[in-house]
Design a protein around this ligand. Structure first.
Ligand code: SF4
Length: 721
């Protein structure tokens, strides 16, 4: 083990929450940790209230500081680390010996550092030898990732730095609400507006971002694809397509041209509610100079999410935007390490470096780095929801290890997922708070927080960043890397307690009780994040997401390093696609797509559309932000937003308790009346569990390509409680 390094009194790091990864300074003030914003290219000195208050959780009274084991009476009780890890290892062995290796599953998270995401993927495939690993990034931007790969040959959320937004004459945001999800990003939008740029927003709700737009298209949920095809139809009929670009840099346009020919604007107006004049104004604005099209969850979280994103990618390609200065297509990733989390092997179909797990060359390369036989690496598993829905069913996994995720709140059709989790022989959750999922676990393992460990994150621009530690984890707490090493040692040697308790194993310290793993497992599962990153660089070398040339020193020196970066002495890649696309022929690929209805349409019994999203003061499943006093005051609980006309029809007043019912379940929350939503649609934020859990209602239909669930539309009825 590398000896622990001295910790600074002040550390330059990044926010633990979203993919903007705002730069911040952590300062030790006595026992307290103070958060200060710092100038960084993404946030330029700004932080939202979530970032400002992030340190409150470090010493939160509800923080877990000892492992918990469920006893015979069904209670979770404090336990030693040896007892907890022994129980997990014994449970894994029992399940695998009775039901095969695939009977154990791993579920990761888009907030884990690159090192943890990499180690988790390796742990599943090498220590457990299960094909069942996936993560909550499937909820985040898997549809844009799939659409990006099929068009451009690579998935990097933004293929240009955020600062380029200010250079666009027109910015089209589709299903994105950065004013609430990542407010410091608005500094770039303000620059763009001050330069005379136009902002056009596509969103069924009049969001805080839509209010700032020059033009707001407010389509019926689930009709974005038709809107995009209509925009391309108009571009074609008005001669706005960049023919030279299409001819020189793309393939497959003819089929797309034939497909969009049928998307007459007047018909799309009838379908989506977006006036023809607004469609025409948007198409002309996008073609009139530099332009950037950005999509986010609103476009993606549909059973046709990949095709919806492809429709906007087709539009961008036809207008000649990708690779041109101040222009392009990009996706706003949500989770803190949503980008890096899907590059290093947490996805069921991927190996590190964004390699495909069924590619023999990729398997041989990664197996060589891992020191295993390629034939011993499992094949592809299944996407997150299919995995969760198969738990405990005949032939499905009977044990699951969850790291950094809370599917009881965040998964669609959450009641069924909860039932599946309850039916497992063994559920293990590593977290630093008792999330709703951890509360169901047989074993809970308390882990370090962001200010207590080193590592790297990859933000929404594909920029790899350093996370720096300011303090050591509290006694009794370990890092995720320590946990994986401890389990691997037990599974490898078949002996519990393979090392002397109290031996520190990472540069940042891991708490007094960390155990030193022995033998082969210690070599295969190092606990020092620097060592893990060095191995990740080798494993990613030559892959689409090539980190081989990225070092921690370079990250610090250069304000982050953009992948691909194959050579430590060569350049990184802030802007992609200037000359060619990383496809076999160097050209981008059009993909014809057609509108189809949502998986569930409104009917007499369920006459309203239901959609979900976020609020400014909360984040994801709320495990963290619901426990921060200032954020709880700002956003104390769930609600159901509905139009006053609809409220009139239902006899509902502001604050009335409502029941929203779908075919899968119900949520109960107070009414919030707002003229900013369509009268045929109701909205609920997804940050809360319990009765207000929005995902009790959502549909578990998934995109056939990406596995992304249809969080953004289903059919409901609304009644007063
Ligand atoms: Fe943190 Fe995102 Fe807020 Fe920035 S915008 S402070 S990264 S939550």
């Amino acid at each position: 083990a590398t000896p622990p390094v001295a910790l600074p009194r002040e550390a330059e790091t990044h926010c633990p929450y979203c993919a903007l990864q705002c730069g911040m300074v952590l300062r030790a003030e006595g026992d307290r940790v103070e958060v200060l914003p710092r100038q960084f290219p993404t946030n330029r000195g700004g932080l939202c209230q979530k970032g400002w208050t992030a340190a409150e959780l470090l010493d939160h009274p509800e923080r877990l500081t000892t492992p918990l084991l469920r006893d015979a009476s069904g209670e979770l009780r404090p336990a030693t680390w040896d007892a907890a890890l022994d129980r997990v290892a014994a449970g894994i062995r029992a399940v695998q010996s009775g039901h095969g290796r695939d009977a154990v599953a791993v579920f990761g998270g888009g907030g884990l550092t690159n090192e943890k995401a990499y180690a988790l993927g390796k742990f599943a495939r090498v220590a457990l030898r299960t094909r069942h690993i996936d993560y909550n990034g499937r909820w985040c931007m898997s549809s844009a990732a799939a659409a990006g790969i099929r068009a451009f040959g690579v998935d990097r959320g933004l293929p240009f730095p955020l600062a380029d937004l200010a250079r666009a004459d027109t910015l089209l945001l589709v299903g994105a609400n950065p004013a609430e999800t990542m407010p410091p990003l608005l500094r770039h939008l303000t620059d763009q507006r001050q330069r005379g740029g136009r902002l056009i927003v596509v969103d069924p709700r009049v969001t805080a971002t839509a209010r700032q737009a020059d033009l707001h298209l407010q389509p019926l949920p689930g009709t974005d694809l038709a809107v995009a095809n209509a925009l391309l139809h108009i571009a074609l009929t008005e001669g706005l397509v960049d023919k030279a670009y299409v001819d020189a840099r793309t393939t497959g346009f003819e089929q797309v041209r034939r497909t969009v020919a049928g998307y007459w604007p007047a018909e799309v107006e009838r379908l989506s509610g977006v006036p023809v004049a607004d469609l025409e104004a948007t198409a002309r604005a996008l073609a009139g100079g530099s332009a950037i099209i950005l999509t986010a969850r609103g476009a993606e979280q549909h059973a046709k999410g990949v095709d919806t994103v492809s429709a906007f990618v087709n539009l961008a390609l036809a207008l000649g935007l990708p690779g041109r200065p101040g222009s392009g297509y990009g996706c706003l990733t949500g989770q803190g390490n949503g980008q890096g989390g899907r590059e290093h092997g947490q996805k069921s179909d991927q190996l590190p470096g964004y390699r495909k797990i069924d590619d023999p060359a990729a398997r041989a390369h990664v197996a060589g780095v891992w020191g295993v036989d390629p034939d011993d690496l499992p094949g592809p598993g299944v996407p997150a929801y299919r995995l969760l829905d198969s738990l405990g069913t005949p032939g499905g996994p009977r044990a699951m290890l969850v790291f950094g995720s809370n599917p009881v709140v965040s998964a669609p059709r959450a009641a069924r997922v909860t039932e599946r989790l309850r039916g497992l022989d063994l559920l293990v959750v590593a977290d630093f708070l008792l999330s709703e999922t951890a509360a169901l676990a047989d074993v809970v393992l308390p882990v370090a927080q962001w200010a207590e460990e080193e590592g790297t994150m990859t933000n929404l621009e594909g920029r790899v960043l350093r996370r720096q530690a300011l303090r050591r984890p509290p006694p009794g707490v370990r890092t995720d890397l320590d946990i994986l090493a401890g389990l691997a040692a037990r599974l490898d040697d078949g002996e519990p307690g393979t090392g002397p308790a109290g031996t520190p194993t990472t540069t940042t310290g891991t708490g007094a009780a960390a155990a030193q793993p022995a033998g082969r497992a210690a070599r295969q599962f190092p606990t020092d994040p620097r060592v893990v990153f060095a191995e990740l660089r080798r494993a990613s070398a030559g892959g689409p997401a090539d980190y081989a040339g990225i070092t921690w020193e370079r990250i610090e020196r250069d304000e982050g390093v953009f992948w691909p970066c194959p050579d430590p002495d060569g350049p990184d890649a802030p802007r992609l696609f200037a000359d060619r696309f990383p496809t076999p022929d160097g050209r981008a690929r059009f993909h014809p797509v057609t509108h189809r209805p949502a998986a569930e349409e409104v009917c007499a019994e369920y006459p309203l559309h239901f959609t979900t999203g976020r609020v400014l003061a909360q984040y994801q499943s709320g495990t963290q932000t619901r426990r921060v006093a200032a954020l709880r005051r700002a956003a104390p609980g769930g609600f159901v937003e509905l139009h006053p006309d609809l409220a009139d029809r239902l006899g509902v007043d502001e604050g009335d308790e409502l029941v929203v019912t779908s075919r899968r379940g119900e949520l109960r929350a107070p009414a919030r009346l707002s003229p900013t939503i369509r009268p045929d649609t109701v909205f609920a934020p997804f940050h809360w569990g319990g009765a207000a859990r929005a995902n009790s209602v959502t549909n578990d239909a998934t995109d056939p390509v990406s596995g992304m669930p249809e969080f953004k539309i289903c059919a409901v009825r609304v009644e007063k409680a």
